[in-house]
Every structure is written in C-alpha cells, then in structure tokens.
Design a protein around this ligand. Structure first.
Ligand code: ATP
Ligand code: MG
Length: 420
C-alpha cells in the first residue's frame, strides 16, 4: 500500500526544529507583552464572504489563492483563512471590543494560500499578526514599525531593510487612479493579460506585478506621491520624523502597494536579499477603511504580519543556534523496587520545577546510561534496589566534571536546582 504523504506545500515541523520555533515564539510573546498587546485567537475557517469583502475581490489572494469549499451539511461557502486581519476585525466587531477603548491585539497561527510551493512560499504557513484598532495618529504607525525593529534586535536578525510608502487617502487614490488609467491605456499594447484585466478593476494592482516585462512601464508610471493632499502628506511626514528620531533607517519605495486592498496611508515591508525571491519577512500598514467595509462603525486601524517560516529561514541562514533546553535529569533505574520508586522520584523532582526524563522500556544500566548521555540531560539520576530501599538516588553529572554521589531526592533537587 502506498504511504500517505502530507499535502504539497504543507509542512511538518519536526522535533529537530522545535527549539528554533520555541525560541521564536517565546521571544515574540515577551516582546508583545512589553508593548502592551493582548492575544486574540480566531477560528481557522470563516465565511468566504468575509475575505472577499475585506481583502478585495480583485486581489491575488481572493482571485486564486483561497482554499474555499462548500460545507456539505448546510451549503455555506467557507474558506481557510489566508491571513488574520479580516478575522481579527470580524471578531472585534462581533464582540464589540472597540466599545470602550482602542485595542492592541496580536495572534499567531497557520494561514492557507493556494500558491506554487517554493522556498519561503508554502500553502500552509505561519504568521504573527499585530493589529491596533481605534488609533488614528501617526504615532501608532511609528510604534508598530519601531516594535518590529526591536524584535529583529531581540532575535539577533541581520540583513533586513525597511521600506515604507504611503497609499494616501481614498480621495488621493481616486485622483491618482484617473491619471494611472490614462497612462496605462496609452501603453495598453505592452500589458499582460492580468494587467489588462486589472486596468479597469484595480489599476494600482498593475504596479504590483512581478512580471519582468512590465517593470520599465511600471517604473515610468505616474507616482501616487504626486497626488497626495496635505493631510496625507503630513501623516507620512510625521511617521518619518518619528522613525528618524528613533534612529530607524528606511527607504521610501513608491512602488510599495501591498497585495491587499484595504490599506491607506502608511504601508511598510521589511525585506532581505538573503532569501532569494521570497524576501519580504514582515509587511503591514494602516487600514482605516476596513472596519467600515466589514460592516462596523468606522474606526482607524493599522497592523502588520510576519512570515514565521521566512524569519526562521533567515535566522538559520545566519547560522543561528537556538538555545537548547536539555533536561536536568535522566532517571536510570533497574530492579522491581527501583522501577516503582523511580516513577515517584521523578515526580518529586518535577514538583521542584526540574525537567526530568524517566527511562522507560528497561535494559541494562550500561545501555540506559548511554541513553542518558544522548538525551543531553545535565545529570543521570541512578536508582537501583539499594537506593530505592533508602529512598535515595545517585546523582552523576554528565556535562561537567565531578564525582557521583548518593543522596535523598530533596538533596538531589537542591543540587540540580543550583544550575551550575
Ligand atoms: P508575497 O508578496 O511574498 O506573496 P504577500 O504580500 O502576499 O507576500 P502578506 O499577505 O502581506 O504577503 O503576508 C505577510 C507576510 O506573510 C509576508 O511578508 C510573508 O513573509 C508571509 N507570507 C505570505 N505568503 C506566504 C506564503 N505563501 N508562504 C510563506 N510565507 C508567506
Ligand atoms: Mg502573496
């Protein structure tokens, strides 16, 4: 019978990678706490209409990347979430969280997009998403960009560069759209199929095309920056002033338009050249129109999402070694009384906060000691029938010089609690 495999583009994350993922997740949790963000967890499946409404019908995600299916029981159209912002905003509105105060929220988890799998691009991938709802000022845009910079520092991440842009207000974009459509129509013969279709549905998206044949045309296109009104320009300049004051380097990339429709004003991406074509590790911006678009009372908002696989790939690229988490003790035991006592002794040590692996499955002392060594544990805690009779263990250091010594479980806990 043929072996069943995981679905293409959906990865198992194996134990050898666990230390890296755990290091990342722990760091992220501490970092978010230090900025006062609270965790929110949304379902992985939502009504398809939510994403169509929030992300926009004429986007790569909604046009071709969503895992959409019909619920066989009631005929509803459902979709595996391709991103978290839409669900997060839906949850905030459904539970009326903006009623009393603005919200700083975050979530972490798998997202699903039906893309061509390649390095850094998967069909199930993970994001950490951060959303601030109810904040209108440029200070929040700056906070979010500054906090990403701090995370890279905490992770020891190198070689990421910040690009920012502004998409202006919807009025700015309407003006710009007219100029852009005029320009693109004049060069309609050069457009590819996707771009021709988007010329009238969503012309800004044409600028986001990755088609090399279009790059010269895109480069020469009218710039949104030239169509901004004073309010939009001031917001953008305020954000930049705050970044400069914080010593954060950035480059203005007028072509940065983001793949989702809901953004306005500030947008940003952190990019690296060390991961090939999939170089964006974090992306976000302001989306003041989204809450109303989903049916809520209008409120400003901004947020960003990081691609966890890409960040971890970059850390691995840098030869980063995640701190190991070896057990304190590996309990080796032989004999009927010893086997019974070892189970209890291990529990007693865990009660003291120690990490303990109990040998299971029998075998000679010699083979058990080999396993103790291979486990990476700091000590072997050896229990024979002699030790068991006196409710003791023999503690042998495995990673440092020192003699083995026989002692009570409480004494052993003291010795190991005192972590060298
Ligand atoms: P890209 O241009 O690479 O397709 P995107 O604009 O579609 O990215 P967002 O929707 O902004 O990406 O998602 C935020 C981040 O999530 C990206 O910057 C990236 O790091 C990560 N990401 C997006 N799609 C994938 C994927 N298919 N596999 C792995 N990571 C992804
Ligand atoms: Mg994409």
């Amino acid at each position: 019978m043929s072996q069943i495999q995981a679905i293409r583009g959906m990865n198992d994350i194996l134990p050898e990678h666990a230390p890296l993922w755990e290091f990342f997740e722990d760091t992220v949790r501490g970092w978010l706490r230090s900025y006062g963000y609270q965790c929110i967890r949304m379902p992985i499946v939502e009504q398809t209409g939510l994403f169509k409404r929030a992300i926009g019908e004429v986007t790569d995600i909604v046009e071709k990347e969503m895992y959409t299916f019909t619920d066989a029981l009631n005929g509803e159209s459902l979709t595996l979430r391709p991103e978290g912002t839409a669900s997060c905003v839906r949850a905030v509105l459904q539970h009326n969280l903006l009623y009393n105060a603005p919200q700083r929220l975050w979530y972490m988890g798998p997202m699903f997009r039906h893309e061509r799998p390649q390095k850094g691009r998967y069909r199930q991938f993970h994001q950490v998403g951060v959303e601030s709802l109810g904040f209108a000022g440029p200070d929040m845009d700056a906070e979010q960009i500054m906090m990403t910079a701090r995370l890279w520092k905490k992770l020891g991440l190198q070689d990421v560069a910040l690009e920012i842009n502004t998409l202006g207000s919807s009025e700015d974009r309407a003006r710009h759209r007219a100029r852009l459509v005029h320009y693109l129509e004049q060069h309609a013969g050069l457009l590819d199929e996707d771009s021709k279709r988007r010329l009238h549905t969503n012309p800004l998206r044409v600028l986001d095309s990755k088609n090399p044949a279009l790059q010269a045309l895109i480069e020469a296109a009218p710039k949104l920056l030239d169509d901004l009104d004073e309010v939009s320009l001031k917001h953008f300049e305020d954000v930049q002033g705050m970044l400069r004051a914080a010593g954060i380097e950035y480059r203005i990339n007028p072509r940065l338009v983001r793949g989702l429709d809901y953004y306005n004003f500030t947008v940003f991406e952190w990019v690296t050249t060390r991961l090939g074509a999939q170089g964006t590790v974090c992306a976000g911006g302001r989306y003041d129109g989204l809450i109303a678009q989903i049916g809520g009372k209008p409120a400003p908002a901004c947020g960003f999402a990081m691609g966890v696989e890409r960040l971890l790939a970059l850390l691995e690229e840098q030869q980063f070694q995640a701190p190991g988490q070896p057990a304190d003790a590996y309990v080796v035991h032989q004999g009927d009384a010893a086997d019974r006592f070892a189970l209890l002794a291990a529990e007693t040590l865990r009660e003291q906060g120690l990490h303990v692996i109990l040998h299971c499955g029998g075998g000679s002392f010699k083979s058990q000691m080999k396993k103790a060594d291979a486990s990476g544990a700091r000590y072997a805690a050896i229990i024979g029938d002699d030790e068991a009779a006196e409710q003791q263990m023999t503690l042998k250091p495995l990673r440092a010089l020192g003699d083995q010594a026989r002692m009570t479980i409480a004494e052993a806990a003291d010795v190991m609690g005192n972590k060298l």
